[in-house]
Write a protein that binds this ligand. Structure first.
Ligand code: GRF
Length: 201
């Protein structure tokens, strides 16, 4: 399975995915290209260090979202990408993009969806005062963090947590969860019936 990873920033999830691949733990999955909408981000350096092809498609260079997405699709298609992996990609994708990869776009979100969708989910959970939050890997649909849920991990919030300490605890779990789910996808162990997604062991 040829994976294309879309990033916008630090790319620590990308790093975890690349490490899993290097250990042979991606079930035959291979990251063939990393595409960023922002130039100069650390995620691109991580890809370069792992000798993975990179592309920058700067959204600011395109007058419309459709033209931006056309270029994204072209960058992925040029590498024969079969599964699109969002890893800290900070642009919302429209149906235009999703039609090019039906049921083939996944995302990781730092909360137990459907709680706390959207930006800064860790802060939302911390401010709300919930005692348990986590991370979710889901298929991407037209909404914001609303697609069918593939897998989740719970993370406790402690009384003495700051947003930053919580963010770090969740991120450590993301780094375990995302490669595990990608491996299941690459091994064909994920099936879907409407919103209900099943991951076979
Ligand atoms: C992660 O918390 C992820 O859940 C969210 O954006 C963050 C990306 O971090 N979608 P990184 O770029 O992988 O370090």
């Amino acid at each position: 399975m040829r994976l294309g990873v879309l990033v916008s920033g630090a790319g620590t999830n990308l790093g975890a995915i690349l490490e899993a691949q290097a250990r042979g733990e991606l079930g035959g999955g291979e990251v063939v290209v990393v595409v960023s909408n922002r130039p100069g981000v650390t995620a691109l350096e991580r890809a370069g260090a792992a000798a993975v092809a990179t592309a920058v498609v700067d959204h600011r260079a395109f007058p419309t979202r459709a033209l931006f997405e056309e270029q994204l699709i072209a960058a992925l298609a040029a590498h024969g990408v079969e599964l699109v992996v969002l890893a800290g990609f900070m642009r919302v994708l429209t149906p235009h993009f999703l039609r090019a990869y039906p049921d083939r776009v996944v995302n990781i979100h730092p909360a137990l969806l459907p709680a706390f969708p959207g930006v800064d989910a860790q802060r939302q959970a911390w401010e709300h005062g919930v005692k348990m939050t986590g991370a979710t890997v889901h298929f991407v649909d037209e909404g914001t963090d609303s697609g069918p849920i593939i897998a989740q991990v719970a993370v406790p919030i402690h009384d003495d947590d700051t947003v930053e300490s919580l963010r770090a605890r969740i991120l450590a779990q993301e780094h375990l969860l995302y490669p595990r789910v990608l491996r299941a996808l690459c091994e064909g162990r994920v099936s879907r019936d409407g919103r209900r997604v099943r991951v076979r062991p």
